[in-house]
Design a protein around this ligand. Structure first.
Ligand code: MN3
Length: 259
């Protein structure tokens, strides 16, 4: 389990799901390489599994809902417990279940399958596995307020790149909030990293399908579907996004940067 070969096996369904999640394997690879005890299961049974370990998302046979590195109530008051229970436990679980179902349907389709069936299945794969990838990243880059590295100004490589790119963390926040508010209907605001250029930049993602550019990988995401904030914030998306900054775990963002 968890050898390089197993990690490579993961990339097969990801590639099938389209560009929207193809970056996930590369990103997880970077996080794993940088994580303490990279690539290995913890030897001590009592040691917690690192959140970004692949087995937290894929059990070897199928995609699974990741165990969060905090309790649903830990993001209060910025994200309320009821929203977390529904969002992680129900919405994200549905993407996992439907993504596994779409993969199974794909494997059962014959070469004679109707083109419209294939097109519909590709949409299912991209939407559900894209949702699984984006939510998994979103949970992993948040933490309980008061924990070291959570909230406050970015530390390490993330801090350097943000200052270099946006001038300051305050300027980044102002800009990133505008990106989040610019998403019409359902979607995400992302800060992405290009391993080729070493640049970071923002991206607005419609729904949760594959729209990532140039192989850039999200290192920070905020879900702006209404299900992410409506119970507590109703139509005040801006208030929700501004509260989100109190939850960013910069240690996780640096892990995703491979730094
Ligand atoms: Mn969501």
């Amino acid at each position: 389990m968890n050898s390089r070969r197993d990690v490579l096996k993961m990339s097969v369904p990801l590639a099938m799901a389209g560009a929207g999640v193809a970056m996930w394997d590369a990103m997880l690879g970077r996080a794993m390489a940088a994580a303490p005890g990279a690539g290995a299961m913890p030897q001590d049974a009592a040691a917690p599994l690192p959140y970004f370990h692949p087995t937290n998302f894929f059990d070897g046979n199928q995609w699974v809902l990741p165990k969060l590195p905090y309790a649903h109530a830990d993001l209060e008051p910025h994200i309320d417990t009821a929203t977390m229970e529904l969002h992680h436990g129900k919405h994200h679980q549905a993407y996992v279940t439907n993504g596994n179902g779409a993969l199974k349907a794909m494997s059962e389709l014959g070469a004679e399958a109707d083109g419209r069936v294939v097109e519909s299945l590709q949409r299912d794969l991209s939407f559900n596995l894209g949702g699984h990838a984006l939510h998994s990243l979103f949970w992993g880059t948040m933490g309980k307020p008061g924990t070291d590295g959570v909230g406050g100004v970015p530390i390490g490589r993330a801090g350097e790149l943000i200052t270099k790119t946006f001038g300051s963390y305050d300027r980044f926040k102002t800009y990133f909030t505008k990106v989040a508010l610019s998403v019409k209907g359902s979607g995400w605001a992302a800060l992405v990293y290009s391993p080729v250029s070493g640049q970071i930049y923002t991206q607005a993602i419609k729904d949760q399908d594959g729209q990532q550019t140039s192989g850039a990988m999200p290192i920070l995401l905020v879900d702006v579907w209404e299900h992410a904030y409506y119970l507590k914030y109703q139509n005040r998306r801006r208030d929700y996004v501004e509260a989100f900054y109190n939850l960013i775990d910069w240690r996780a963002v640096n892990l995703l940067l491979g730094a």
